[in-house]
Design a protein around this ligand. Structure first.
Ligand SMILES: [Zn+2]
Length: 237
């Protein structure tokens, strides 16, 4: 399964219908075919796949340290019994809600209790918050539109409709900071960058013209990377 960037909540929910589909999606994103043992760090396509009631459901046994693990271990879903699909749904909603989302709203959308929604919100926000990130080391910067089809280079800068919300993500030291931005124009993007990232560090972006000129204050590295903050988030959370 090829990891997808989802253009809308509906597309995500239509694509990831079952726990199994969500698990495979997350595994592909994080491991790319080579499961990583969270106990000893061993990376191998040949970790043992254990069956439960005759079926493989994502439980691995490390071929080196012999300990068991799943994709949930070591990340935010670790000690939760909630389906991954519910988590993905919640994360998506948090991403697209400009003014924030309350636990009541989230509970209604997801069909879970408010207590559960509150717990999920705490955890998602904890993983998104930037208080404990210092952007004084290599930082990867990307932006995307969530909830719409228009690509930035077709829509032009500064255009904003209700359908698409520009979101910017900064990834450093394995943590991601995301924020909703008014547009993906140069002034906006570089304003955020100058504000948050320490001068002189390496900043990695794609070739979008909004990032041109960063070389004056940073070591600017241009690469081609796929666009999805949602993916970003799931990889690093
Ligand atoms: Zn191991």
């Amino acid at each position: 399964m090829k990891p997808l960037s989802f253009k809308s909540l509906k597309q995500m929910l239509d694509t990831l219908r079952t726990e199994e589909e969500c698990r495979v999606y997350l595994e592909t994103l994080r491991w790319n075919g080579k499961p990583v043992c969270p106990h000893c760090g061993s990376i191998s396509e040949h970790h043992y796949k254990l069956t439960q009631n005759g079926e493989f459901k994502g439980l691995y046994k490390c071929r080196d340290c012999k300990k068991r693990f799943t994709i949930r271990q070591g990340i935010m879903f670790e000690d939760s019994n909630l389906p991954l699909r519910t988590w993905f749904h919640a994360i998506y909603l948090v991403f697209i809600s400009k003014k924030g989302i309350s636990s009541c709203q989230l509970a209604r959308e997801l069909g879970v209790t408010q207590k559960t929604a509150w717990f999920m919100l705490q955890r998602i926000r904890h993983n998104m918050k930037d208080d404990d990130i210092d952007f004084d080391d290599t930082t990867q910067v990307d932006e995307t539109y969530i909830g719409g089809k228009t690509k930035r280079n077709k829509g032009g800068q500064g255009r904003s409709t209700k359908q698409k919300i520009p979101v910017m993500g900064l990834l450093s030291k394995g943590k991601v900071h995301t924020r909703v931005i008014p547009n993906a124009g140069k002034d906006t993007l570089q304003g955020v960058i100058y504000n948050l990232i320490k001068e002189g560090v390496t900043v990695v972006t794609d070739g979008w013209k909004g990032y041109r000129g960063l070389g004056k204050k940073y070591k600017h590295k241009v690469v081609n990377h796929s666009k999805s903050l949602f993916k970003f988030y799931l990889i690093t959370s």
